[in-house]
Design a binder for this molecule. Structure first.
Ligand code: GLV
Length: 305
């Protein structure tokens, strides 16, 4: 029996499988443990099941001398210093595949909502500003027949491209070696699906945004750090971009006074790409599979990287 720290309550029955074999400590807070508390809690742990809200760096690993496996409750692992974990010989697992379709659905929901101005329309109805059928009211952008640039040719990008073709969109997929700026010049919509790495941080910077037409809409369900948010806020304020729909920001949440939150034509939701009952339960099961394998000294079924 090993000591396992789980840094939040998780949906689904899979933690019971962990409890059947190991001594499991689940952080019960509404908010993540703060870094000092996490350092204290992880001290005796041999297994760690953590979330993207936890920064797992060399300092945290140094506070966890017995740690033998890390299971991240996410497909991304940018919250974990993978080099530091490798240096300690600690395998890191993630939850790929199970959240592909849920995240692609959300990306498409954001695209449609931004294109057809669903949130301003709904706000106007609730506020009593819907007085009549208006020929020039709440005009948005056509999705059918438009060109979608999908940045990132992995599982989620592919799934978004499939949805887009079903909506009669033209899709341009830009992989690692593609010409991003040339693609952006042709975009009506851009959807981001790259992991956050040193190479992709601020991939969408002022120069990239300058390639877009003023009628274009940017969708980000990847990581907030992929976009230079100051440049994005400026482009929205100056009308150089028709809109942005974000599931992710940097940091999360954005402070209430952040300039991006005052930008026009901005839709932000609270990092809910994988937030369906079924998907989150499957993520719990995969994270548990990773932990059980790592604690048994077996290769992780879903390793990071
Ligand atoms: C969430 O953003 C994830 O990486 O799963």
């Amino acid at each position: 029996m090993s000591r396992v720290l789980v840094t939040r309550r998780l949906p689904g029955p899979a933690l019971d499988r962990l409890r059947a074999h190991h001594d499991v400590d689940v952080w019960d807070g509404e908010l993540p443990p703060d870094p000092d508390t996490l350092q204290r809690l992880v001290g005796p742990a041999e297994g760690l099941l953590c979330l993207i809200t936890e920064r797992v760096d060399a300092d945290l690993l140094a506070a966890a001398p017995a740690l033998r496996v890390i299971a991240n409750y996410a497909v991304g692992a940018d919250n974990i210093d993978l080099d530091a974990a490798a240096a300690r010989g600690i395998p890191v697992g993630v939850t790929p595949g199970v959240l592909t379709d849920a995240t692609a659905d959300l990306a498409f929901a954001l695209l449609l909502a931004a294109a057809r101005r669903l949130v301003p329309g709904s706000d106007d109805v609730r506020a009593g500003r819907w007085r009549t059928w208006e020929p020039e009211g709440w005009l948005g952008r056509d999705v059918h027949g438009a060109t979608l640039v999908v940045v990132g040719a992995g599982r989620i990008g592919d799934a978004v491209a499939r949805r887009a073709r079903g909506f009669d969109m033209d899709v341009i997929a830009v992989g690692r070696d593609g010409d991003l700026h040339a693609a952006l010049r042709r975009a009506d919509f851009v959807s981001l699906h790259v992991p956050l790495t040193a190479a992709t941080r601020h991939l969408i910077d002022a120069a990239a945004l300058a390639q877009l037409r003023p009628t274009a809409i940017l969708v980000n369900t990847a990581r907030g750090g992929v976009v230079d948010q100051d440049a994005l806020a400026a482009a929205l304020h100056d009308g150089r971009l028709a809109g942005a729909a974000l599931d992710v920001t940097d940091p999360e949440p954005l402070p209430a006074a952040h300039p991006l939150l005052r930008a026009p034509n901005l839709l932000v939701v609270p990092h809910i790409g994988s937030a369906t009952h079924a998907t989150r339960e499957q993520m719990t099961a995969m994270a548990v599979d990773n932990l059980l394998a790592g604690l048994a000294g077996r290769p992780l079924p879903h390793p990071a990287g």
